[in-house]
Write a new protein. Structure first.
Length: 159
């Protein structure tokens, strides 16, 4: 189902009390106005579900390509239970978009498996800025919300 058919901020299912868990959030600085909105959405969801602000660790990286290594550094910390990666890649005139999207998807997958922790792909891959804004708190909700819920649901599986 595409995000055009679903609000990224809506979810269903029970989330148990995970207030003792710690979350790392890696945020790409590239397309900052969009990634900040994603970050704000993710934090709002975590706080709503009882995660104290002291249990949310933020690390910035220069761009979306660097999310994988930033996630790996956080996942390597024993006290971090889940990592949320937030970025935005917007299609341009060259194939750069394809290479970045593929590399980041593979990198985040590898970190998940290497550390046996949830490492969440909260990356927008859009054709233009309007689509990105629509998915960063606009008419399609917020991918940051969805990423935080995914992290919570994945940790709930371990309970």
């Amino acid at each position: 189902m595409s995000s055009a058919d679903k609000n990224l901020s809506s979810y269903s299912g029970e989330i148990p009390n995970l207030s003792t868990k710690k979350f790392g959030i890696v945020v790409a600085e590239w397309n900052e106005e969009i990634t900040e909105a994603l970050y704000e959405g993710a934090v709002e969801v975590l706080l709503k579900h009882g995660i104290p602000t002291t249990h949310i660790i933020r690390n910035n990286v220069p761009g979306t390509f660097e999310l994988s290594l930033g996630a790996q550094w956080l996942a390597a910390k024993e006290y971090v239970d889940a990592v949320i990666c937030l970025g935005c890649v917007i299609q341009g005139e060259t194939r750069h978009f394809d290479f970045i999207c593929q590399a980041v998807a593979m990198g985040i997958t590898e970190v998940n498996l290497k550390y046996n922790k949830p490492v969440i792909f909260g990356v927008l891959t859009t054709d233009n800025k309007d689509q990105a804004f629509d998915r960063a708190g606009g008419k399609h909700g917020n991918k940051g919300d969805e990423a935080a819920i995914t992290a919570l649901k994945m940790l709930a599986l371990t309970k």
